[in-house]
Design a protein around this ligand. Structure first.
Ligand code: NAG
Ligand code: NAG
Ligand code: NAG
Ligand code: NAG
Length: 173
C-alpha cells in the first residue's frame, strides 16, 4: 500500500508539474496562453448604459514578444464568464456564445512600428438594441480574447480569455 501510494503521488506531482509548465492544450490545436492581459476599464460591476460611452482600456500581455498584439472585445451573458472551451480555431468566440462583437483591435508592441489594423478606442458604446437581447437582470461580461503569435516552444498561436462582470443600466429615454 505504502509504495503504491508514494508512486502514485510521485506520478501525480510529475503530471501536475508537466501541466503547469506547458500551455493548456485543448481539443485539436487551440492553445491557452499561460498569461493574459488585463482589462483596466471597465472595472468589475461598473454600470454600462446602452447608448452612453464607457471607458475602455486593455493592457495586453506580450510575453511572446511579437511586434503586434491583436484582440477581440465581446459582450457575453450568463452566470459565468465565457469558458476557454468557447474559443474557436479562428481566434473568435463560437457563434452563440456571445451577445455582441465589439471589434478586433491591433496594438504595436514596440516604438517605430507602422500602425496596422484598428487601434483600440479609449471609449466604446453599446447599441441601445442590446436590451432586446439581454434584459438588465442578466449578468453580462466584457470579455477580451487576445491572440499570441510565435510563442516559445514553437507554438504558432495561443489565446487568452479574460472577462469582467458589468451591469447593463437602463437606456436613456
Ligand atoms: C462553450 O463552453 C461550454 C463549457 O465548456 C460548453 O458546454 C459549450 O458547448 C460551449 N459552446 C460552444 C458553442 O462551443
Ligand atoms: C472558421 O472560419 C471559416 C472561414 O470563415 C469558417 O468556414 C468556419 O466555420 C470557422 N470555424 C469556426 C469553428 O468558427
Ligand atoms: C463613443 O465611442 C465610439 C465608439 O468607440 C466613438 O466612435 C465615439 O467617438 C465616442 N464618443 C465620445 C464622445 O467619446
Ligand atoms: C431594468 O429594466 C426594467 C424594464 O425595462 C426597468 O424598468 C428598470 O428600471 C431597469 N433597472 C435598472 C437597474 O436599470
Amino acid at each position: 500500500m505504502r509504495p503504491f501510494t508514494s508512486t502514485l503521488i510521485a506520478f501525480l506531482s510529475a503530471t501536475l508539474a508537466f501541466a503547469l509548465t506547458l500551455p493548456k492544450r485543448q481539443t485539436t490545436t487551440i492553445y491557452q496562453s499561460p498569461y493574459s492581459g488585463i482589462i483596466v476599464a471597465p472595472v468589475a460591476n461598473d454600470v454600462i448604459v446602452p447608448g452612453v460611452n464607457f471607458t475602455f482600456q486593455y493592457d495586453n500581455s506580450n510575453w511572446c514578444e511579437s511586434g503586434f498584439s491583436q484582440f477581440v472585445v465581446y459582450i457575453t451573458s450568463g452566470s459565468t464568464p465565457p469558458p476557454f472551451d468557447n474559443v474557436t480555431v479562428n481566434g473568435t468566440l463560437a457563434d452563440g456564445t456571445y451577445v455582441l462583437d465589439l471589434g478586433k483591435y491591433v496594438v504595436p508592441n514596440f516604438p517605430g512600428l507602422p500602425a496596422i489594423g484598428t487601434p483600440p478606442p479609449s471609449s466604446m458604446v453599446l447599441p441601445t438594441t442590446i436590451v432586446d437581447e439581454v434584459d438588465n437582470t442578466t449578468q453580462v461580461y466584457l470579455t477580451v480574447l487576445q491572440e499570441y503569435d510565435g510563442c516559445p516552444g514553437h507554438i504558432a498561436v495561443e489565446y487568452s480569455l479574460t472577462s469582467v462582470p458589468v451591469t447593463l443600466g437602463a437606456a436613456a429615454a
